[in-house]
Every structure is written in C-alpha cells, then in structure tokens.
Write a protein that binds this ligand. Sequence first.
Ligand code: ADP
Ligand code: MG
Length: 245
Amino acid sequence: MLEIINLHVEVEGKEILHGINLKFSPNTVHALMGPNGSGKSTLANTIMGHPKYVVTKGEILLDGENVLQMKPEERSKKGLFLSFQSPAEVSGVTISSLLRTAVNARREVPLSVMDFHALLKEKMVELKIDPSFSRRYLNHGFSGGEKKRAEMLQLMMLEPSYALLDETDSGLDVDAIKIVAEGIRQVREKKEMGIIVITHYNRFLEFLQAEAVSVMIDGKIVASGGYELAKKIENEGFGGFENAN
Ligand code: ADP
Ligand code: MG
C-alpha cells in the first residue's frame, strides 16, 4: 500500500497541497483527476522526492515505511516510479546507457551487456519503438509522443511496484495510447503493479481499466469513487465539485 497521510506541501514558500489523504492499493489502477493547477503534479513530484517540493506536514508510507527521508534514487529502488509530465532533455546520455545504469542499480548481480540488450530489444518491440531509438540522447529533439514512449520504456525496464503516470497520454495519438496501455497490461501480467494515472482523458483510463478515481481541486481531495466518477467528470466537468471545498 502507498499511503499519503495529511500531506502539506510548499513550493517556493507557498503551500500547494493542503492536507492530502489518499491510499493507493497494490495492483490497482487509480486515477487522479482535477483542473490544471490543482496540485496533481506537485503530489507526484513530492512522492518521488523532488527537492523543490517541501513537505511541511504529513507522511508518505510505502508498505508502512516512511519514504520522506529517502532520496529519489532510494525511492526508486524501493519500487516507486514517476513518468514526468514534461521529461527533461539530457544530451550526452543515451537511452540505452541510462537504462542499463538504472536497471543494474537495482540488481545484486548486474545484467551482462548481451542480456541487457536482449531485454531492451524485447521491450522496444512491445512498445513498437524503432531500434535506433535506444542510441539517441535522452529526449534530445524528441517529439512529445517520443518522450512519452521513452518514459514508458523506462517503466517497462524497471518494473516498479507503484508507477505514477503524469499525463503520459498527452501528446500521444490513440494508437500510441493503446500501445502504452497494452505495454502496462503486459508488465502487470508478470508483476503486481499499482498505477496512479494523472490524466484529463477517459480514454486512457478505459484502456487501463481504472478502478479507483480521486479528484483534486485547489490542493485538496474533494471526491473519491470508482470509474463512474471519471465518466461523470467527462460529461459534467469539475464544476460540481467546487463547492465541496
Ligand atoms: P497540476 O499538475 O494539477 O496542473 P501543479 O502541481 O503543476 O498542478 O501546480 C499546482 C500549483 O503549484 C500551481 O499554482 C503551480 O503554479 C504551482 N507550482 C507547481 N510546481 C511549481 C514549481 N516548480 N514552481 C513554482 N510553482 C509551482
Ligand atoms: Mg500537472
């Protein structure tokens, strides 16, 4: 279980999250929805340990263990993963070398170069990514859709226990969204994975078969429910929730 307890978060001295309580279950697809600027990315970045996001109160527990004192790389080793809304461009680091370092950092015995490349190739085929992709510098000159595919390739190579997908579907066409959803489904067949999806669109949630939905407005959770909540939002927007604050 990934538990967020009374979480208050400040960015540059301003409180953005005002006491968030959420429980993400293992092996469940949980959607986090809300208008722009409500604090969804702030929550995702805070869970991952981005230094810009300062927790002033509350706890984040991963299977009962407080992760707040852990660095991002330690959280990653514990099984947390964040796919960024706006992935950074890193010149000089190929996707392949980044992934080999990341995969081996969490193994006692590193994969041989050959085994690593076989695994990488297998995942790239699953995601219908061109083989030359892995030799390119991370996100350098990538289109929006290519950046999101690179994020998904990382997820599939690292097989986290909880994956936060921050608007992973934005910039992808429907075919690419299907491929990403199918890739996630395949990972989940082999390994239990909790998925926390931040999205504005029902389609991605439908493909991923989201079971739980929580709504964030102005740094607070104002509603939680099942998939029907996402459908209600698609039809009616967030207007009906504003008063819940
Ligand atoms: P969402 O992802 O729901 O659109 P965000 O978490 O990105 O919302 O933003 C919530 C609020 O926090 C916004 O008012 C935004 O301006 C502010 N904020 C978020 N991240 C930063 C940052 N790195 N620097 C300054 N302000 C930020
Ligand atoms: Mg965001």
